[in-house]
Design a protein around this ligand. Sequence first.
Ligand SMILES: C[S@@+](CC[C@H](N)C(=O)[O-])C[C@H]1O[C@@H](n2cnc3c(N)ncnc32)[C@H](O)[C@@H]1O
Length: 345
Amino acid sequence: MPDLTSPFIFALTNPGSAMPLKQEIKDYGLGWRPSFQRRGFVTFKSSTDDEPFTLQSLEVPFIFARRLCLSLGKATNRAEALALIENAAISATSTVDGSGDTLLHELRWNERRLDRVSEDSRLPVVIGQGIGTLVELGPEEFWAGFHLHAPTLSPDPGGMGGLILPEESPSRAWLKLEEAVRFFGLHFDEGEIVVELGCAPGGVILALLQRGVSVIGVDPAKLNPVVMTSAVPELPRAPLDHPWVYHCRKPAALVAKRDLGQQVSWFMSDMNQSPEVALKECARMIKMCPAIRSALITLKLSDFAQAADRPKWFQSLREMGFRKMRLQQLAVHHHELALLATDRR
Ligand SMILES: C[S@@+](CC[C@H](N)C(=O)[O-])C[C@H]1O[C@@H](n2cnc3c(N)ncnc32)[C@H](O)[C@@H]1O
C-alpha cells in the first residue's frame, strides 16, 4: 500500500461547482471538511486528524470534481512546489508498481478561472503513473498535488482536454463529444453507427464523421450545410465506403424501427429535455436497436440538486442492460453532465 498521506485533498471543479461537490461529499457521508476555496479550486481536510487522506481516498467517483489530488501543501514559488511533488513521487513510487516517470500537469489562475498552462500537452499517460499537479493561484501561491492515473480518470491536466473548437463546427457540441472522448478514453471503430437524439445543428455529427463514424441524427431542426455534405437521403441498406449522416427530421418520440436499421451500436442524446425524457428515449431506442452497446447522454439540469437522482438514473441504465456507468461534469459543461453507460449485454 502506498504510504503517501496528507491531511488535505484538493479538488478541481468547474466554476460554480464547489457547492454541488460539497453536497456529494455530504451524501457519501465522508465527513471531509471544506477548508480553502477559490473559483474552481477547493481543499478539504480529512474527517479526523489521526486519519489522513491516502491515494485510495481519491477513488470516489464524484460528478463535480474533474480532478482530485492529495494536497502536498502551498509554496511561495514554483521550484518549492516542484520539490514537494518530487518528494511525493519518491514516497509513492517506492510502494506502487509500474508507475514510471512522474508527469507534471500545470494550471494557472487566469483572470476569472483556472486554465491549463500548456494548450498542446498530449503526453501519453499509463495506468498507475504518478502525476503531480501544480496549481498557480497567484504570484506567490503555488499549490502542489499528487495522484495516480487510473482507467476512469482523465489523462489531461485538471481533467481539461484543452480542445479548440474548429471554425467550421456548427456548434459547441463538437467540444462536448471530443472532451468526453478524451476524458473517458472512448474508442469508436470505423464504420460504427451512432443514433443521436437532438443532433441539430450538427457539432457532434461533425466530430463523429471526422472519426469515421456514421450518424442517424434525430431532430426536427435543420442541420448545418457543413454536415449536410455527408447526408444520405435514406438509411443505407449496405455499408458505404465513407461515413454518412441520415437526418431523421422528427421529434425523438416519433422515431420508429424502420428509421434506425439494425446496425446502431451507440446511443447518444443532446436533446433539450429532462434527464427522464432522455433516459426513456434511450430505453425505447434500445428495444428497437438491440445491437446498442454504449450510450453517451448529455443530461441538461435546471438545478445541480437534480444530481441527487443519480441512483435512479443508474438503475434505469442497469435495467437496459448496461453494466458500467459514469456521471461526470466535463470542463466544457455549464448546467450539464455527461452520463456514460457501457458494456451492455
Ligand atoms: C443543444 S441542441 C443540440 C446540439 C447538437 N447535438 C449539435 O451537435 O449541434 C438541442 C437540440 O435538441 C433538439 N430537441 C429538443 N427536443 C427534442 C426531441 N424531443 N426530439 C429530438 N430533438 C429534440 C432541439 O431541436 C435542438 O436542436
